[in-house]
Design a protein around this ligand. Structure first.
Ligand code: PLP
Length: 354
């Protein structure tokens, strides 16, 4: 039986993408060859890479606005240092909204001064800081749009004249934003776009090349741009599968259409969390993530019963991260309303039983 997969990442992808990707592993486009055995320099693969890059820009509304999309390796974690390597000349500002921001800060410190402009560490990151002042003498401002572990999401993008850099690993392509407010966006594929193994980088070209230090080729955005995201062998399967997911999203009506569904799913689970006296939400209400809902049981004695019910109901991956505890329901783009309803039904059943 196919399960309702609430895993935080790697995570759910559309069923039709799984089907098409597995077919392509056996025989790509009736070529008699697998997608993972053809040359990355072949026309077939170059076309895939180009389609993936252009779909990413198209869906984000960034076509013709001076941006380039790259599919790199090393995960979002490599972007923590690569962003700083390419952009941090003397001082950068970071908003610390969780473990991932914290890690990004740690890496940036190898390259220059890092100012923590705001932080919600004081409350175990259960809210998004607001009302902070952004200095104007920083090379860039870095934020994390969605905090996968804590279940918070930035609703109002910081307003600043310095280049805005954003880790969007867990909510890219999930909601309408003015993406042109960002100069650099990066996202590990495995949360909302594809399998693990590639990282989408969307960068505004005019912010590059301003740094004085030398940058090793593999970590230089300009090198990857000049080589069409093929400086070395790209992760062909991850790029292909991400491309299929982006095609799926476009066919569905793009970000506007998926945002509507994501809002409905979030409303369904959060209203259960709020109305059901057995559960309590972790994140501050106004900052709740539409991608990862974090909650706990009010009475820990019900833990075993609840978890058994989840298991029997085919619910997978709802255990919370160790730094928050409790539960986390990740509801990325490919998750259906039906799956969220299945979890909500179990939460309701528990109330009736208890
Ligand atoms: C998962 C995640 C990361 C880490 O991604 P890797 O690809 O594993 O390096 C970074 N930032 C956020 C917001 C994440 O959710």
């Amino acid at each position: 039986m196919k399960k309702h997969n609430f895993s935080a990442g790697p995570c759910i992808l559309p069923q039709e993408v799984f089907k098409e990707a597995s077919q392509a592993v056996l025989d790509y486009n009736d070529s008699g060859l697998s997608i993972i055995e053809i040359s990355h320099r072949s026309k077939d693969f170059v076309d895939i890479m180009e389609e993936a890059r252009s779909l990413a820009l198209e869906l984000l509304g960034l076509e013709g606005k001076g941006y380039k999309a790259l599919f790199l390796q090393g995960g979002a974690s490599t972007q923590f240092l690569m962003a700083a390597y390419n952009l941090l000349q003397s001082k950068a500002g970071y908003i610390n909204t969780g473990s991932w921001s914290d890690k990004a800060i740690k890496e940036a410190k190898f390259f220059g001064e890092v100012v923590e402009i705001a932080s919600s560490k004081d409350a175990n990151y259960n809210y998004i800081p607001k009302g902070y002042e952004i200095p104007t003498d920083i090379d860039y401002l870095h934020c994390t749009s969605n905090n996968t572990i804590f279940g918070t999401q930035i609703k109002d993008i910081p307003v600043t004249n310095v280049p805005l850099v954003c880790d969007m690993s867990s909510d890219i392509f999930s909601r309408e934003l003015d993406y042109s407010k960002f100069s650099l966006i990066y996202a590990g594929a495995q949360k909302n776009m594809g399998p693990a193994g590639t990282t989408l980088v969307v960068v505004k070209e005019d912010i590059l090349g301003k740094i004085k230090r030398q940058i090793p080729s593999m970590l230089d955005y300009q090198v990857h741009i000049s080589k069409g995201s093929m400086f070395n062998t790209p992760p062909v399967f991850a790029v292909y599968t991400s491309m299929l997911t982006l095609r799926w999203l476009k066919k569905l009506g793009g970000i506007a259409a998926i945002e509507e569904l994501n809002e409905k799913k979030a409303k369904l689970i959060y209203s259960e969390i709020d109305l059901n006296p057995l559960f309590k939400g972790f994140a501050a209400k106004e900052d709740r993530s539409h991608m990862n809902a974090t909650f706990t049981l009010v009475n820990e004695d019900l833990k075993e019963t609840f978890e058994t019910m989840c298991k029997e109901g085919g619910i997978n991956g709802v255990n919370g991260h160790r730094s928050v505890g409790g539960y986390r329901a990740s509801m990325y783009n490919a998750m259906t309303m039906n799956s969220v309803a299945a979890l909500v039904d179990i939460m309701g059943d528990l109330e009736r039983k208890a």
